[in-house]
Design a protein around this ligand. Structure first.
Ligand code: PLP
Length: 381
C-alpha cells in the first residue's frame, strides 16, 4: 500500500474529476467561442465553475479568469495591473511567497517599480511590524499568500488588509491561495482582497488549470495576447476538460475532513519516538497552522537520505518546496525563518489530503521512526 504524504506538491485526481474530464473530451469537446448550442452548453458549464469559485471565496461579484495554473494566475495578478501603469511606487511581497509571486514581483522592477520583501518571524508567519514599517504611501501592490506551501503558516491577511486600508488604501492586495483554497476559509471581499490565485491540482483536480479571481477595483491588462478569450484578459482556447475537472474537484472537495486531527496524530507519534525532532513552522495545533502541512527536521539524518529510505517502503513525502525540490538550493522560506543549516538539511514536509486515513498515518509514523533509528548513527562528521 502506497502512503502518499506529498499533497502540497500535487494530489491524485478524484474519480469524479477524471469522469468529468473524459466527458468534456468525448461529449463536450466544442470550442466555447462557437455559436451553436453544444458550444454554448460548454460555455455555460465554464460559467458554472466561475460561480463555484466565487461562492467558495464568498464573493458577490468580481471576475474569474481561467489560467494554466497557479503560476500563471500569480503572474497575471501581479504584472496585469501594473506593467502598463508605471513607473513608480512600491511592490511588497512576503519572504515566504512561492517563486511564481517572487519572480513576478521582481520582474516589475524592469517597469520602474521598487520591489521589497517583508520579513518572516521564526515560525514562518510574516512579521507584521516589518510590514507596517515597509508600507509607504506609494505602495501599489502587496502580495501575501494564504498558507505557505512549505511550512503551512497561515498568513494574517485580515491584519494586512486593515493596515493597508489605514496607511495606503489604494494599494492592491494579491493573495496566492494555491495551498489554502477550500482547506481554509478566505472571504475575499470581507478581507479587502483584490485578487486571489488558485490551482486545481492541489485539490484533487488536474494539472495545468487554475484561476484568478479579481475584485472590482483591479484594472487588469492581459499578459497573453491573441484571440481575446476570457474578455480579452487571457487569450487562448479555453482548457475546457481542465475546467470541467476543476469544477468537479471543487464540487467533490469535502466540507469536513480529519486532516488536522491526523496531522497532529502523526506529530504526536513521531515526537514519542524521536524526542529531538523539530517543527519548522507555527505551533501545529494553533490557528496559525494549516490543517494539512507539517514541516519537520530529523537531524542528523539528511532529508534526501530519509526520503529515499521511506520511498523504499512506498511512502512519499516532500523535501522543502515541491516546485523546486530538484534544485539543490536551501529553501528560501526556511532561510527567511532563520532555521539553522542542519535543521534545514534534514527537513521533510508531510502534506495531507482528505484521502489520508488513520491507518496510513500510523504506518507512516512507524516507518519514519524505524528509519530514523537506523540512519541516525551515520552522522556526518
Ligand atoms: N503558489 C503556491 C503556494 C504553490 O504551492 C504552487 C505550487 O506548488 C504554485 C503557486 C504554483 O501552482 P501551479 O503548479 O498550478 O503553477
Amino acid at each position: 500500500m502506497d502512503i502518499y504524504l506529498d499533497n502540497s506538491a500535487t494530489t491524485r485526481p478524484a474519480d469524479s474529476v477524471i469522469k468529468a474530464m473524459r466527458s468534456a473530451m468525448t461529449d463536450g469537446y466544442f470550442n466555447p467561442s462557437a455559436l451553436y448550442a453544444p458550444a454554448l452548453a460548454v460555455e455555460k458549464h465554464m460559467n458554472g465553475c466561475r460561480d463555484q469559485i466565487r461562492q467558495a471565496l464568498h464573493a458577490n461579484g468580481g471576475q474569474v479568469i481561467f489560467t494554466s495554473g497557479g503560476t500563471e494566475a500569480d503572474n497575471l495578478a501581479i504584472l496585469g495591473p501594473l506593467k502598463d501603469r508605471g513607473p513608480g511606487g512600491r511592490v511588497l511581497y512576503s519572504a515566504g511567497e512561492h517563486p511564481a509571486v517572487i519572480e513576478s514581483c521582481k520582474a516589475l522592477s524592469a517597469y520602474g517599480y521598487e520591489v521589497a520583501e517583508i520579513a518572516l518571524q521564526p515560525d514562518g508567519v510574516m512579521d507584521i511590524d516589518h510590514f507596517e514599517a515597509q508600507l509607504t504611501g506609494d505602495t501599489r501592490l502587496i502580495c501575501v499568500m494564504q498558507a505557505n506551501n512549505e511550512t503551512g503558516a497561515i498568513q494574517p491577511l485580515a491584519q494586512v488588509s486593515k493596515l493597508r486600508d489605514e496607511k495606503c488604501p489604494d494599494a492592491l492586495l494579491h493573495v496566492d491561495g494555491v495551498q489554502g483554497f477550500l482547506r481554509h476559509d478566505c472571504p475575499v471581499q470581507a478581507w479587502g482582497i483584490d485578487s486571489y490565485a488558485l490551482s486545481a491540482h492541489k485539490i484533487h483536480g488536474p494539472k495545468g488549470i487554475g484561476a484568478l479571481w479579481v475584485g472590482e477595483r483591479v484594472r487588469l491588462s492581459p499578459i497573453l495576447y491573441g484571440g481575446g478569450q476570457e474578455k480579452g484578459l487571457r487569450s487562448g482556447t479555453e482548457n475546457t476538460p481542465g475546467i470541467a475537472g476543476l469544477s468537479a474537484a471543487i464540487a467533490s472537495y469535502p466540507k469536513e475532513h480529519a486532516m488536522r486531527t491526523l496531522k497532529l496524530r502523526l506529530l504526536e507519534r513521531l515526537v514519542a519516538g524521536i524526542p529531538t525532532l523539530h517543527v519548522n513552522g507555527p505551533v501545529p495545533d494553533s490557528a496559525d497552522a494549516a490543517d494539512h502541512i507539517l514541516n519537520l527536521s530529523f537531524a542528523p539524518v539528511r532529508a534526501e537520505t530519509m526520503l529515499h529510505a521511506l520511498e523504499a517502503e512506498s511512502m512519499y513525502a516532500g523535501n522543502g518546496s515541491a516546485c523546486s525540490s530538484r534544485k539543490q538550493r536551501h529553501s528560501h522560506v526556511l532561510t527567511a525563518m532563520g532555521v539553522p543549516r542542519e535543521r534545514m538539511e534534514s527537513a521533510l514536509r508531510f502534506s495531507l489530503s482528505p484521502d489520508v486515513d488513520t491507518a496510513q498515518i500510523d504506518a507512516a509514523a512507524q516507518a519514519i521512526i524505524r528509519n530514523y533509528d537506523m540512519l541516525k548513527i551515520f552522522k556526518r562528521r
